[in-house]
Design a protein around this ligand. Structure first.
Ligand code: HEM
Length: 445
């Protein structure tokens, strides 16, 4: 009877079934997970994901451990779930089991009012004025550049970028940097940082302020997220969860994105030269949010980096009640799909960004020039969109642009010293398995 009711409700909505992954295990769909795991072990997860869409269509259904999951790389569906039909979908039920033991609750794991509150609290951190303040990043980039060899020896930029953004983001969110780039403080930047010391300090500051000290006022010109959060809750676990759910999504992603761009630049000297020529046209003027934005070629390079080397390849939502997806059903794949409460959708930004129907036959190639004519709306969504869009988007692009510009001023050429092609290493996002090993040729003053 459940099936009859389902078919009735589907027909009433004019919906049709999507194509289905041909499971050998029809009960739990374990064969699908086995295929995914094997692909990941062989560093072939990204090509495999692309091949599945090519084989089963841009929207298809998978049995995910007994639950219905729709995979889609189609703009219409992604826009519907992330924006126009936002209230029908949530992520809290999905992250409950995985993230909560670690994060407890915060902006990145909850829906509804709790999420809205966390987002409002984090918003000033990513406001234009904060993002445009490049002074604090300058200090860390100066340190990085000082450490780079200029004698022609090989250096791996990837771990150094991890340290750079760890230092910058701890300063940005906690008001105090890890300083892992300082030679005598060298930490393993890929290890998990000890957040508790920051939390204790923030709680202490609020308590001191309440007791009459003016320490909070002295720092008032910079919006330090942890201090603002500590004003609202001095419960250590609560504060830890709130701050981690802002810190963790960005933990390494800017470093990954930038490493991926440098991986390409080392192999495409013409792209580096064009980027550098544009940077040099600006002389040695002070770099600002606006001047970086005005460097068009540079922006194309960064976009192309995010398109061809995803840091976030896909995301998930669960239906909070019965609803529908606008497309992907029926023989032609154009009918809406009926969704029941509890069904999950997986949106593949990676699939969308590689779609030849959108990007052309050369979709897989890194070609900054393609952006000359493009003004994509919902076809280029590395940060997704809608009410939950990545709040750090402007900050990421600004910081990536700043570092690239400083390299262009300092180095005439970047030579590749690694015979391997870009091979995926999947951590929280994707980065190069063999690092970014290069030789740097300094600019002649
Ligand atoms: C290349 C760099 C980055 C990329 C590609 C990226 C991408 C994304 C995407 C796709 C989402 C939406 C996820 C979803 O809706 O399921 C997201 C959310 C988020 N990102 Fe980023 N991100 C980047 C860097 C950062 C950084 C540096 C930070 C913080 C310092 C950050 C903080 C967040 C937060 C807090 C959310 C959750 C927003 C919410 O749920 O309302 N991200 N990011």
């Amino acid at each position: 009877t459940r099936h009859v009711a389902y078919v009735g409700a589907r027909k009433a909505r004019g919906c049709e079934e999507p194509r289905k992954y041909p499971h050998k295990d029809p009960f739990l769909g374990l064969d699908y997970w086995r295929e995914q795991r094997e692909a990941a072990q062989k560093s072939q997860w990204l090509p495999t994901s692309k091949a599945l869409f090519a084989q089963y269509g841009k929207t298809y259904e998978v049995n995910n451990l007994g639950q219905r999951m729709i995979h889609s790389m189609e703009t219409q569906n992604i826009q519907s779930v992330w924006a126009t039909n936002f209230n029908s979908w949530g992520l809290q039920p999905l992250r409950e089991g995985i993230a909560v033991p670690f994060f407890n609750h915060g902006i990145n794991t909850t829906d509804g009012d709790f999420w809205r509150h966390g987002r409002a609290l984090a918003r000033p951190t990513f406001a234009r004025t904060e993002v445009a303040n490049l002074d604090f990043l300058k200090k860390h980039v100066d340190r990085l550049l000082e450490q780079l060899p200029t004698d022609g020896s090989t250096v791996d930029l990837q771990p150094l970028f991890s340290c750079l953004f760890l230092d910058a983001s701890t300063e940005f969110l906690f008001g105090e940097s890890m300083d892992s780039l300082l030679p005598d403080q060298r930490e393993d930047c890929t290890s998990f940082i000890k957040v508790d010391q920051y939390i204790d300090k923030a709680i202490q500051s609020v308590q001191d302020a309440k007791a009459g000290s003016n320490e909070l006022d002295e720092k008032a010109e910079q919006y330090v997220l942890i201090d603002e959060m500590a004003k609202q809750t001095q419960d250590k676990l609560d504060l830890r969860s709130q701050i981690l759910t802002v810190f963790m999504p960005g933990r390494d992603s800017t470093a990954h994105a930038l490493s991926n761009v440098f991986h390409v630049l080392a192999r495409k000297p013409d792209v580096y030269k064009k980027s550098r020529d544009e940077v040099l046209q600006h002389g040695d003027e002070e770099l600002t949010f606006e001047s970086l934005k005005s460097m068009k070629y540079l922006q194309w390079v960064l976009n192309e980096g995010l398109r061809t080397h995803p840091t976030t390849a896909q995301s998930y939502r669960m239906a909070l009640h019965d609803t529908q997806l606008p497309t992907g059903g029926g023989k032609g794949g154009k009918s809406p799909i009926y969704i029941r409460k509890g069904d999950t959708v997986m949106a593949s930004m990676w699939g969308l960004h590689q779609d030849k129907d959108i990007w052309g036959e050369d979709a897989a190639e890194f070609k900054p020039e393609r952006w000359r004519e493009l003004k994509p709306i919902w076809t280029f969504v590395p940060f997704l969109g809608g009410p939950r869009t990545c709040p750090a988007q402007q900050m990421v692009i600004t910081q990536e642009g700043y570092v690239l510009t400083r390299f262009a001023r300092a180095f005439e050429r970047i030579e590749n010293m690694d015979p391997n092609p870009w091979t995926e290493a999947r951590r929280i996002g994707f980065q190069s398995k063999f690092g970014v090993k290069v030789k740097l040729i300094p600019a002649v003053p």
